[in-house]
Design a protein around this ligand. Structure first.
Ligand SMILES: C[S@@+](CC[C@H](N)C(=O)[O-])C[C@H]1O[C@@H](n2cnc3c(N)ncnc32)[C@H](O)[C@@H]1O
Length: 195
């Protein structure tokens, strides 16, 4: 999509307007609200790791739902929220030294996305490669019985991603929030009970 078309769509978009009015940093915030309404994951969690957290809509939602939650977040771009319960690292998740943080997360969130090329299968492969890496990292970061929520873009690697997750979690569900554009290939996976 051309950047002019994207800007026009953003201006018209219901959730973009709503986010602005309610002080959320991203329209993506509503996706996590819907995920939590259905899967009830945030109140039960105390220690969250977030891949691709910027500008910070998901972090805002997590703290709003569970004011005691602690968040460790990473992104290439700056987080636009400053909060004593958020420890933010402006780094590439691939080069990050995970040994410098405590590895006892009971909820791991990923809304990470590469820059898009507009070529659907290329974009799908790029996000999928990121997710295979992140799924590997779960072993290092997550405690037993933990929950993993991730965005995926539908495509050829989807089955293998789900297969990997099913090896590691007891329960793996798909979810398409209303706030996710109908015409987008995006869906969310909620994986519960890390083995
Ligand atoms: C859709 S946005 C996340 C929005 C966020 N959930 C929110 O509600 O504000 C995806 C993010 O992934 C980040 N990202 C992409 N590649 C990354 C990488 N290699 N390491 C860390 N973050 C990355 C982007 O910078 C972008 O901010």
């Amino acid at each position: 999509m051309k950047s002019k078309d994207w800007l026009n769509r953003q201006k018209r978009d219901f959730y973009v307007k709503k986010a602005k009015k309610q002080g959320y940093l991203s329209r993506a915030a509503y996706k996590l609200v819907e995920i939590d309404n259905k899967f009830k994951i945030i109140k039960k969690s105390s220690n969250v790791f977030e891949f691709g957290a910027s500008p910070g809509g998901w972090s805002q939602v997590a703290i709003e739902i569970n004011p005691k939650i602690q968040i460790t977040a990473i992104d290439l771009l700056e987080l636009k929220i400053n909060h004593p319960q958020i420890k933010f690292y402006k780094e590439d998740y691939l080069n990050f030294n995970y040994n410098k943080i405590e590895k006892n997360f009971d909820l791991i969130l990923s809304d990470i996305a590469p820059n898009t090329t507009g070529h659907q299968s290329t974009d799908h492969l790029r996000i999928s490669m990121m997710l295979f890496d992140i799924i590997d990292l779960l072993d290092k970061l997550m405690i037993k019985r933990g929950v993993f929520v991730t965005k995926i873009w539908k495509g050829s690697e989807e089955k293998s991603l789900i297969k990997e997750l099913k090896k590691k979690f007891n329960e793996v569900s798909y979810f398409k929030p209303n706030a996710s554009r109908k015409d987008s290939v995006e869906i969310f996976i909620i994986a519960k009970d890390f083995l």
